[in-house]
Design a binder for this molecule. Structure first.
Ligand code: CBY
Length: 433
């Protein structure tokens, strides 16, 4: 055989010896892609591709290559206007996500985005977060958003201090925990951010002290250990809504754990089963799980790399209305509802339609007794977040919030998505985290 003929064979042999990456192993196969249809469906529904809330949806659809060129152009143009008009009021993490979504890939010609301006503004918002930590160690928002900030600043050549990152992202920091419980979402996002910083140091873009590199390396290792310690029997990491980003964190850090510590196929198969049972009805929830199932991570964001188009395999139009709220039937159920402030508990029994969510119960209680049960909520990408009850306002600087519970257990869904059952003992409790 002539040498030129042997080369492809040698290449093939070598290729088969390279261990396959976790993200490749875990990626949903071409034949099984239809299993992802409900996710894409939920995300493209027109109501949820508007406003700053759409950032994660846009990022996810673009990373996965689920849009056609027209949809991408239309959504990006609309999104640029949103970012421009809302920028001063955006939190640091919202702006970071917006930058990641806009720069997920290189879009259609003719759309120009002033990244350096946006990244500069993000740098300032991040500085304000750090400054707020001077008082009592609490940022303006939270560590999930600080991680998004560092990730975007790192990927888009913004300004941040590596020694400061190495200092504040220590896994023992209280900001990784809510009520002493490790937040898998937060840890996962921190791993993605720290991995980006580590890669930028080792590729020579960032000249620093090797001590900082060692520290960052160590933080990643410990965070991965903590994420894996939250693995459930069926393979979820934390809960269903933290699993997607935790998978991304594990994809980019496979050197830090053994193959037997995480069987990613098990996680993926549980997630696929949950999709078929309608677990990801919320666009943000769908957006968080989709990239991992496509074998992608937020570290694949690259504004100079052309977007992949044409795989609108599901033929979904942006106009198609999708119902995201569970069906509410005419029959009524009775539930108990209380507001708990320190040791004082005010209780009411309310009647709501079967299929109602926690928020409906709060509304009914408020209608019946506004003095005791008045409340306000703010719209977030996860639906309504309860900000005040009886005029008492949650506050990040004191780490206070209104905790939602059912039968004494904290809920893992928000007020707009938790479906209540007859006889439930529902509670909003003034808490610190
Ligand atoms: N996003 C953020 O800034 C939020 C980050 C996050 C870690 C987030 C979960 C994860 C994510 N992927 O977005 C987060 N929650 C935080 C930081 C917080 C705190 C918010 C205050 C702050 N410091 O910024 C706080 C107060 C500890 C908190 N979450 C409270 C709650 C409860 C809300 C109650 C209310 N007042 O409305 C609640 C309902 C828990 C409870 N039992 O009271 C809650 N969070 C839940 C359930 C969730 C999950 C939502 C899941 C769902 N399907 O609705 C969550 C995904 C999320 C949103 N919280 Co918090 C975590 C999970 O279960 N996997 C950045 C921005 C740009 O988008």
């Amino acid at each position: 055989m002539r040498q030129s003929h042997q080369l492809p064979l040698v290449g093939l042999l070598l290729f088969s010896l390279i261990p396959r990456q976790q993200c490749e192993i875990c990626k949903v196969s071409k034949e099984n892609k239809t299993a992802l249809k409900p996710l894409v469906h939920t995300m493209i529904s027109s109501n949820y591709t508007k406003g700053i809330q759409a950032a994660k949806v846009l990022l996810s659809l673009r990373l996965g290559g689920f849009l056609n060129q027209n949809q991408d152009q239309h959504l990006i143009e609309q999104f640029i206007l949103t970012v421009r008009s809302t920028e001063p009021s955006l939190t640091s993490g919202q702006l970071a996500l917006a930058i990641l979504a806009l720069g997920a890939c290189k879009g259609p010609d003719g759309i120009s985005i002033n990244y350096s301006e946006l990244v500069k503004i993000l740098g300032n918002k991040y500085k304000a977060e750090i400054k707020n930590m001077d008082h009592d160690g609490n940022p303006l928002t939270n560590y999930y958003q600080l991680s998004l900030d560092v990730l975007a600043l790192c990927l888009f050549s913004g300004n941040y201090s590596v020694p400061k990152v190495a200092e504040i992202f220590k896994p023992g920091n209280k900001n990784y925990y809510f009520h002493k419980q490790f937040s898998v979402d937060t840890g996962a996002m921190a791993v993605l951010a720290l991995t980006c910083v580590k890669r930028s140091i080792t590729s020579g873009q960032n000249k620093i002290d090797t001590k900082d590199l060692d520290n960052i390396d160590n933080h990643i290792k410990l965070l991965i250990r903590k994420i894996l310690s939250q693995k459930t029997e069926n393979g979820l990491l934390g809960n269903i809504d933290s699993t997607g980003e935790a998978m991304q964190a594990l994809f980019v850090s496979s050197n830090y754990y053994n193959r037997n510590q995480w069987v990613c196929q098990k996680t993926r198969d549980t997630v696929l089963k949950e999709i078929s049972q309608g677990a990801f009805r919320m666009p943000t929830a769908a957006a968080q799980i989709l990239p991992a199932l496509m074998g992608k991570t937020y570290l694949d964001v690259n504004k100079d790399f052309s977007c992949v188009y044409g795989s609108d395999i599901f033929h979904i139009s942006t106009q198609e209305p999708i119902s995201v709220t569970p069906a509410v039937s005419a029959s009524q159920i009775k539930v108990n509802y209380s507001v708990v402030i320190n040791n004082a508990k005010d209780r009411i029994v309310v009647s709501v339609a079967n299929g109602s969510v926690f928020l409906n119960v709060m509304e009914q209680a408020q209608k019946e007794n506004a003095a005791l049960f008045s409340f306000t909520a703010e719209e977030t990408s996860w639906g309504p977040y309860i900000t005040t009850v009886r005029g008492i306002k949650a506050n990040t600087t004191d780490r206070t919030y209104w905790e939602l519970l059912s039968n004494g257990e904290p809920l893992s869904k928000g007020a707009g998505s938790y479906v209540v059952h007859a006889g439930d003992d529902l509670e909003v409790r003034w808490s610190t985290y």
